[in-house]
Design a protein around this ligand. Structure first.
Ligand code: GUN
Ligand code: FE
Length: 464
């Protein structure tokens, strides 16, 4: 059966009976390794029960009766992965970029987040966020909500309706923030437990993730309580790490027992998949249920701009993922993360937009920013490694970050079927371009209307 690519559709929910087995045809591109791309011009990628059954130059006999969507000369790429974004900050994206982190939190982020106590406001603001994420290039995301349980549940309902695969966290914060946003210590843990109980079994592709905001906003008691919940539930963790030099100095004052910022999480069993032992805070530190580092109960830390050597070692040992957020790090003058060094160490790295310190939800833009800041680092920082290539940046925004979700971020056989159809005809020019050049232009120049379709785990998110 052959079908033409569809008419414009804007639906809130995904189709009721998803097509499980189908084939897309177009110019396929996916990361093979962290520095190589694999291309099949006018090839076929097959979705079987929500997973990729492979990429082919010729369609195998057994798939020939399946529905085929022929996308002509469009590019077909894996759906992109955003490892770090703040949904409640989406409403003020693109404004207030004139401060560094700690002042920006107090003057921009915290006042906006306090508004999510009001469910009416939360519904409106999160509705815009969910709609725009749905029609973006992003297939999967790790999302911060606010401290408010009810608004977090509302956000999860809305994200579930988009069809994307997301992890959403109710934020914990019980110190060093305005009173209208601060939780009581016991309240913070009780509300987290109640949130987890409220949503248990409710969603198909929206998961909870434990979300201590960052060490300055979380007392030892809250961290200990979260460490307990993590051991009981095996949930993943997301937070911020070594983003800004003043922040890192503050953490040294708050946790003098920690040898580095990362240890301030690790001491409570909130840093990757392995054990924390012997730390003075270490009442909470013990093995996560997932067992080996990074498996079963992964942790993602945004930024990691200012790691000590010891911290890089700990990130690697614990299998912690780094969410590199180049646009945020530029806007808040935080610095440039040593991504080349992380890749050489074999550390898992993905990209984050970090809206609203980053001004938009585009992971294509994050790829371009990652390349550009790596060039500045190469020229400006002593001993910095060579800049990132297009291949590496594309890997970070797809398969690199996708690994946080399991087998995701690739069109290869065995991966979850997340695919993006990009029509780059609007980027017109006289004369032809190679497929790699076309991809490069999409990374630097693509905007919303060039996205023609998106699939996540085989679900059709939109076709237009
Ligand atoms: N550190 C703690 N909270 C935040 C936040 O909301 N944004 C960023 N960029 N860093 C943080
Ligand atoms: Fe952030």
């Amino acid at each position: 059966m052959r079908m033409r690519a569809g008419q414009p559709l804007r639906r809130l929910a995904v189709r009721e009976e998803p097509m499980k087995n189908f084939v897309l045809r177009g110019n396929l591109c996916t990361s093979r390794t962290k520095d190589s791309l694999s291309w099949i011009p006018h090839g076929y990628v097959v979705c079987e029960d929500g997973r990729s059954a492979g990429m082919f130059a010729e369609l195998q006999e057994r798939f020939r009766q399946w529905p085929l969507l022929d996308w002509g000369d469009c590019l077909i790429l894996p759906g992109l992965v955003d490892l770090h974004i703040h949904a409640p900050q989406y409403a003020f994206r693109g404004t207030g970029m004139d401060l560094e982190l700690l002042e920006w939190l107090n003057e921009r982020a915290f006042p906006e987040e306090a508004r999510y106590q009001d469910l009416d406001y939360a519904g409106k603001a999160y509705g815009i966020f969910a709609e725009n994420m749905k029609f973006s290039a992003t297939a999967r995301a790790c999302i911060f909500a606010t401290r408010h349980r009810e608004a977090t549940e509302l956000l999860m309902d809305l994200m579930e309706a988009t069809g994307l695969r997301t992890m959403v966290g109710k934020v914990n914060m019980d110190r060093n923030c305005p009173e209208n946003l601060r939780e009581g210590t016991e309240e913070s843990i009780d509300e987290t437990r109640r949130w987890l109980s409220d949503i248990e079994g409710k969603y198909d592709h929206t998961e909870p993730i434990l979300t201590p905001r960052f060490i300055p906003a979380c007392s030892d008691a809250v961290m200990r309580g979260l460490g307990d919940i993590r051991r009981e539930t095996g949930l993943a963790v997301q937070s911020h790490l070594s983003e800004n030099q003043d922040e890192a100095a503050w953490v040294r004052e708050l946790c003098p027992w920690a040898g580095c910022y990362g240890e301030a999480y690790d001491g409570f069993g909130m840093f990757g998949g392995s054990c924390a032992s012997g730390s003075p805070a270490g009442k909470g530190g013990s093995c996560a249920p997932g067992g080996s580092a990074g498996k079963g109960s992964p942790t993602v830390m945004a930024h990691c701009v200012w790691p000590s050597g010891e911290e890089t070692k700990l990130i690697k040992e614990r299998g912690v993922f780094v969410a590199h957020c180049p646009q945020s790090n530029t806007n808040l003058c935080s610095g440039i993360a040593p991504v080349r060094e992380y890749l050489e160490e074999g550390i898992s790295v993905g990209l984050g937009t970090d809206v609203a310190a980053g001004c938009g939800e585009s992971i294509f833009r994050a790829m371009a920013d990652a390349i550009q800041v790596s060039k500045l680092r190469w020229k400006l920082a002593e001993g910095a490694g060579r800049p990132l290539t297009l291949e590496e940046a594309f890997f970070l925004g797809t398969k690199g970050g996708g690994a946080f979700f399991g087998k995701a971020g690739s069109l290869e056989a065995g991966y979850d079927f997340d695919a993006l159809v990009v029509d780059d005809r609007s980027l017109s020019r006289p004369g032809g371009l190679s497929l790699r050049e076309r991809l490069e232009r999409v990374v630097y120049l693509a905007e919303g209307q060039s996205l023609r379709a998106k699939y996540v785990e085989g679900r059709e998110i939109f076709v237009r």
